[in-house]
Design a binder for this molecule. Structure first.
Ligand code: TYC
Length: 101
């Protein structure tokens, strides 16, 4: 008896692609006051005071620290907000962005 086989349905459901993520990195410097770095981390990156102090101290002691990861545009916008906040007061506070692996 001939079997009736339903044709394979084409794959219609697309896999949901996740956007690539970018790290925001805080660089240490010798001039920006610790308290100011902490305040910027709290306001731009929505950290608690404790979280911000931990990240600030890590950058201070190690030279640099990953602050957070976001989509590229958010990472670049937040890095610029942090850099601009420092620059307004003449501090060399620097956030950079880098593609997450
Ligand atoms: N090193 C600075 C100081 O001693 C404080 C500081 C910490 C600056 C972290 C930048 O990313 C930084 N005043």
């Amino acid at each position: 008896m001939a079997e009736i086989v339903a044709p394979a349905r084409p794959q219609t459901k697309k896999k949901t692609e996740r956007p690539p993520l970018w790290k925001v990195i805080l660089l240490n410097d010798d001039f920006t006051p610790r308290g100011f770095v902490t305040k910027v981390l709290m306001s731009v990156f929505r950290m608690t005071e404790g979280e911000a102090e931990t990240v600030m101290l890590a950058a201070h002691l190690k030279g640099a620290c990953v602050v957070a990861v976001y989509t590229r545009e958010v990472a670049e916008t937040k890095a610029k907000m942090g850099n601009d906040a420092g620059a307004r007061l003449g501090y060399p506070l620097t956030f950079t962005t880098e593609k997450d692996t």
